[in-house]
Design a protein around this ligand. Structure first.
Ligand code: SF4
Length: 408
């Protein structure tokens, strides 16, 4: 394991690296940013070069985050699964008349937030489908009513797609719309719906209903009004390495301009129930391979070094065993406990609705790292260096999946 740049240079195995990979990794370890072509070279590594990439990502993680791995106690509230956008990869969306169509009332949403708060959540993460009958003031009312009941809870809500929809419904521009939501109590936004910021890929995935330019415009406006957001990539479908590198580059350019991203979250395409995967006319991959997953997290760490400090793993998509592995490949954050996860589950993911804080701590400790609870904006709440988070049963009773059984 590399502990310093000196160790890397003196390490015999790494002396035998492909000279270009050696140069790129050394460049990154010296604190210089790597370019698009260099990130493509890292995505293409094999054998010793690949091992070196993982080691360097781990080294950079340690340099930035030390031995601390964080998580946030939150609850996911997907208030409606009705959506008429028709993204080809999505199995979450239902039609208005489907028997399993759902739309929670404001009171139900507030009730769920209260239940989460009483279980120790500091955040509610709220997203939903673009319901055709959604009143223009619905997003605003969600925020106002939750804040009335729970003034201190952080509301992390509404993807750029929902902001696009809400602003259009209210016939106002993004700046006015986001300023109003912030004044109502919105705390931050998920940077989801980014998928891959490339028109050809978006045409296949989402019919480009929300274009890359609009996504970027909404995100930059959010940052401008003082709302931090996450950043994401959804990969492993019809995409190529070049798309990944270009996407990372666009995210880094935004960060240079606004410094508004709190973290980067690679989201594996969950293929099982996705209509996109079952479309015989398209050559769609069955999600990223295990090697690609490792590379995506490691290259992200290297590429965003000095710009985005937090690389988050999505446990809902990957499960505890891969989470464990990724803690040595650049990842320093496990995201939220979630309590109710439905988007990945409807796509066919089998990793349940909740990882409790106690379970997250066990996973983190299993890699000799120290768990810490954070808030949404990465302020540390408690470091569990010599004690565990309180044990509690998951909110929704599990039928079979037991996360800790899957650990090494
Ligand atoms: S991905 Fe989101 S916007 Fe697209 S169809 Fe599904 S719920 Fe609707």
């Amino acid at each position: 394991m590399i502990n310093s740049l000196k160790d890397l240079i003196e390490n015999k195995t790494l002396r035998n690296l492909n000279s270009n990979i050696y140069r790129i990794l050394e460049k990154s370890l010296s604190g210089n940013e790597i370019n698009i072509e260099e990130s493509e070279a890292l995505f293409s590594t094999k054998d010793d070069d690949f091992d070196a990439l993982l080691n360097v990502a781990n080294h950079l993680r340690n340099e930035v985050n030390g031995n601390i791995v964080t998580y946030v106690i939150n609850r996911n509230i997907n208030f409606t699964n009705v959506c008429h956008m028709g993204c080809r990869f999505c199995n979450f969306a239902k039609k208005i008349d489907d028997s399993d169509a759902e739309w929670l009332s404001i009171d139900q949403i507030v009730g769920r937030a209260r239940e989460a708060w009483d279980r120790g959540a500091t955040e509610v993460c709220i997203q939903g489908g673009l319901h055709p009958k959604l009143p223009g003031k619905f997003y605003r009312d969600i925020i106002l009513n939750i804040k009335k009941e729970l003034p201190s809870i952080h509301i992390h809500a509404f993807s750029p797609f929902e902001i696009w929809y809400g602003a259009a419904k209210n016939k106002i521009n993004y700046f006015e719309y986001l300023t109003d939501l912030k004044e109502c109590g919105l705390g931050s936004m998920p940077g989801t719906a980014a998928e891959i910021l490339d028109i050809k890929v978006r045409n296949i995935l989402t019919k480009n209903k929300l274009s890359s330019d609009e996504w970027i415009k909404i995100i930059k406006t959010a940052h401008k009004v003082g709302l931090k957001t996450t950043s994401t990539i959804m990969y492993g479908h019809v995409d190529k390495i070049q798309n990944w590198s270009n996407h990372l580059f666009k995210i880094r350019e935004i960060q240079k301009e606004t410094n508004g991203f709190t973290e980067f979250i690679p989201l594996s395409f969950v293929y099982k129930n996705s209509p996109l995967f079952h479309n015989k006319n398209l050559n769609v991959k069955a999600g990223p391979t295990d090697i690609e997953i490792l590379k995506m997290h490691a290259v992200s760490r290297v590429f965003f070094h000095k710009y985005i400090d937090n690389i988050q793993v999505s446990w809902t998509k990957l499960g505890p065993k891969k989470v464990q592995l990724l803690l040595d490949c650049g990842v320093n954050d496990l995201g939220g406990t979630l309590m109710n996860e439905s988007i990945s589950r409807s796509a066919g993911s089998q990793f349940g609705q909740e990882l409790t804080a106690y379970e997250m701590a066990k996973i983190i400790r299993s890699k000799n790292k120290i768990p810490a609870q954070r808030d949404t904006l990465y302020m540390t709440k408690e470091i569990f260096d010599n004690h565990d988070p309180k044990f509690y049963e998951p909110l929704v009773k599990r039928s079979s999946f037991e996360p800790l059984k899957f650990l090494n």
